[in-house]
Design a protein around this ligand. Structure first.
Ligand code: ADP
Length: 401
């Protein structure tokens, strides 16, 4: 079956076309700057890359352009759109309703719409993506794969905030967790690597990228995660603060430069994290260069140390939550390539049976998968390149049959 995976943002559409169940990527690409000047499509077929610059006034044109380019001999890989057997949509928020991917029907659409309040930047464009695909491919089954679904197995003591209970009942304020597709894929993959059934493995999964989150996974199910009501919570990130004392917010708002809600929102989401502390960049590679240049007292070095300290703190928390841990898994741009970040985050954990092999750690970069712990390490340490699109394709393939 040919499966098209769509990730629709407010001004962009990412896509990948898969041959399933082999999971071979036939083509992929990105529509950018929808409705803006300089809109374009970057389309890839194997090693070939095509740049198409043209006005793309709306998502409808974007979807049509994608479909035109995946068909035919010039840039395409299929003879007709009729070959597409299913479309999988990445949906950020499924609220409390969905704990798994769903075949899209009126109920699913209503739920996604209902959750626009909880993910105002993401769910509305996700919905537009579904509508436009349905218009272009009316007879093709569509599947929604939710970022929040994997974390719906959190117990109440983990997902509730100690606020008045009415905040949960009236406004649905609770921990939802995100990056679920990545945590689910890696948990599944880790079980295969360990050679054990997924229902028997306990894992700490660390998705470390520009956005970062960790999860405690018991028997293949998420029982806690670091992101919360929004993706701002938990770890320190590229530009996001992660957890801070909530009283800082009203305190900041009492100062003239942060008086508006939008000022605080901007500082916490766009000006904090690695960028806020270092003053240099939100990018881990830039910080490593700056720290090498400027020394261990620099703010770039401090930002790296703070990032790793928080990862380590969550490892400690999830060791306690899980009791027994089979493996700690690293994924995401920093998780997959950040030799230094992994080393710092795992340093001093030998007494917990977590012992890194420094040499293996150095080798595990650029898409390599494998173990980086010493043979005697009670808790294995794994690097697993994440594959969110591939997981969406798998979920879509199974649910579209
Ligand atoms: P996003 O959350 O935007 O998908 P990614 O998962 O692509 O982010 O991760 C981006 C982060 O990965 C950046 O901070 C980048 O510096 C970091 N990264 C990529 N390659 C390396 C590397 N070789 N060493 C350290 N960090 C790296």
């Amino acid at each position: 079956m040919i499966v098209l995976v769509i990730n629709c943002g407010s001004s962009s559409i990412k896509y990948q076309l898969y041959d399933m169940p082999s999971k071979i990527v036939l083509a992929k690409g990105l529509v950018e700057k929808i409705g803006e000047n300089g809109s374009s499509l970057t389309h890839r077929r194997g090693e070939e890359k095509f740049e198409i610059n043209q006005p793309i006034p709306n998502h409808k044109t974007g979807i049509e352009l994608i479909l035109t380019n995946i068909v035919g001999s010039e840039r395409g890989v299929i003879a007709s759109v009729k070959e597409i057997g299913a479309v999988g949509h990445r949906i950020v928020h499924g609220g409390e309703r969905y704990s798994a991917a769903m075949r899209i029907d009126q109920d699913v659409l209503s739920c996604i719409e209902d959750c626009c309040d909880l993910a105002p930047l993401h769910n509305p464009p996700n919905l537009i993506g579904i509508q436009e695909c349905r218009n272009a491919l009316p007879d093709v089954p569509m599947v929604a794969v939710f970022d929040t679904a994997f974390h719906q197995t959190l117990p109440r003591e983990a997902f509730l905030y100690p606020l008045p209970y009415g905040a949960y009942e009236r406004y649905r304020i609770r921990k939802y967790g995100f990056h679920g597709t990545s945590h689910a894929f890696v948990a599944n993959r880790a079980a295969s690597i360990l050679g054990k059934p997924e229902q028997t493995v306990n894992l700490i999964t660390c998705h470390l990228g520009n956005g970062s989150s960790m999860a405690a996974v018991r028997g293949g199910k998420s029982v806690d995660t670091s992101m919360g009501f929004t993706p701002l919570a938990g770890l320190m990130m590229g530009t996001r603060s992660g957890d801070i004392d909530p009283a800082i917010i009203p305190f900041l708002m009492s100062k003239p430069e942060y008086a508006k809600v939008s000022d605080v929102d901007r500082v916490l989401n766009k000006k904090s994290g690695l960028l806020g502390i270092s003053g240099v960049s939100n990018d881990m590679r830039d910080l490593q260069e700056a720290a090498t240049r400027e020394g261990s007292d620099s703010r770039a070095a401090l930002a790296i140390n703070m990032f790793c300290y928080r990862v380590k703190s969550y490892i400690g928390q999830y060791l306690a939550v899980l009791g027994r841990v089979d493996a700690i898994c690293f994924m995401g741009g920093i998780g997959e390539n950040g030799v230094l970040a992994r080393e710092k985050s795992l340093s001093g954990l030998d007494n917990f049976g977590i012992i890194l092999d420094r040499e293996k750690n150095k080798e595990m970069v650029r898409g390599k998968e494998g173990e980086i712990s010493v043979p005697g390490s009670k808790v294995k340490i794994l690097v697993i390149p994440t594959d969110e699109e591939g997981w969406i394709a798998v979920e879509t393939f199974h649910r579209a049959q």
